[in-house]
Design a binder for this molecule. Structure first.
Ligand SMILES: N[C@@H](CCC[C@H](N)C(=O)O)C(=O)O
Length: 274
């Protein structure tokens, strides 16, 4: 008997989900890196471990906790696309029985509503300053936004310029402004309520979507207009999500899809700890 897994995505930000209902898995950074490797493992942007919150220091008791890891093995506070996939799993597996419930994350408890799409209350989002990012010698001014995890939102002049950015290498950012690293969003304002975005994620590289990044993008664009509340759709390479931002909180709505389920080979998994 191997280790059960599911593979899923939210707007093509893809994850290996590991149901670890008794908190017995030893999920080391090395195992995460190989699992996420698209040749040596299953391939994904990150891993979602489903674990009871009582197994996690400091987490509110009585919840299912999303233990999220980036593909490079690092831990992150929050994942907006991942939490939708996580919520879909809890419903499909019968681990929750109502369509509305809460999930523990390192950024705090998140309330979700599961229907065809899944809506997540993403908590309070704050603008923390301004900074710069550089891509292939071109420097962009950005707004720093905290969505539980750190983001830098840079507005780009048009869709052609956005498409031309080489995000295959880490954009430069100021390490003094972001000592823990940063997710960097490049955004085109296509209409007052419609953005287009690409992202370079901390701990992963360019991904086809970043849920917390879309919330940061809408917040950063509103900040540029002197506004604190608003709503927008955000088109990413992997699809479309909807974001609302209010001074007291924000929401993210979008799809969550499973593509496969099976078992990891136990002998392969055991060897990864060597
Ligand atoms: N893809 C995620 C964000 C995952 C964490 C991020 N890479 C970080 O290190 O903060 C999302 O959908 O929000």
């Amino acid at each position: 008997m191997g280790i059960p897994f599911l593979k899923g995505h939210g707007t093509q930000n893809d994850f290996v989900l590991l149901p670890d209902l008794y908190a017995t898995l030893d999920l080391t950074p090395a195992r995460v890196r190989v699992l996420c490797d698209r040749r040596a493992g299953l391939g994904a942007d990150g891993v979602l471990r489903v674990v009871p919150s009582k197994a996690v220091d400091g987490a509110e008791d009585g919840l299912w906790f999303m233990d999220y890891r980036n593909g490079d093995g690092s831990v992150a506070e929050m994942c907006g696309n991942g939490v939708r996939v996580f919520a879909r799993y809890l419903v499909d597996a019968g681990l929750v029985t109502e369509p509305e419930f809460t999930i523990g994350t390192r950024a705090g408890v998140r309330h979700v509503t599961v229907a065809d799409d899944i809506t997540v209350e993403m908590g309070k989002v704050s603008v923390t300053g301004t900074s710069l990012a550089t891509v292939a010698g071109a420097t962009f001014a950005g707004v720093a936004v905290n969505v539980g995890n750190p983001h830098l939102v840079c507005v780009v002049e048009n869709a052609h310029r956005l498409a031309s950015l080489d995000l295959s290498v880490q954009p430069w950012y100021d390490p003094e402004a972001f000592p823990e690293g940063v997710n960097i969003e490049f955004v085109v304002i296509e209409a007052p309520d419609r953005l287009r975005m690409r992202v370079h994620e901390r701990g992963v590289g360019e991904t086809r979507s970043c849920g917390t990044g879309t919330v940061a993008a809408v917040t950063g664009v509103l900040f540029g207009r002197g506004a604190q509340h608003g709503a927008a759709t955000v088109d990413v390479p992997g699809g479309r999500v909807r974001v609302t931002v209010e001074p007291g909180g924000s929401t993210l709505a979008g799809p969550a899809v499973f593509t496969a389920r099976g078992e990891l080979d136990q002998a392969w998994w055991d060897r990864l700890s060597e």
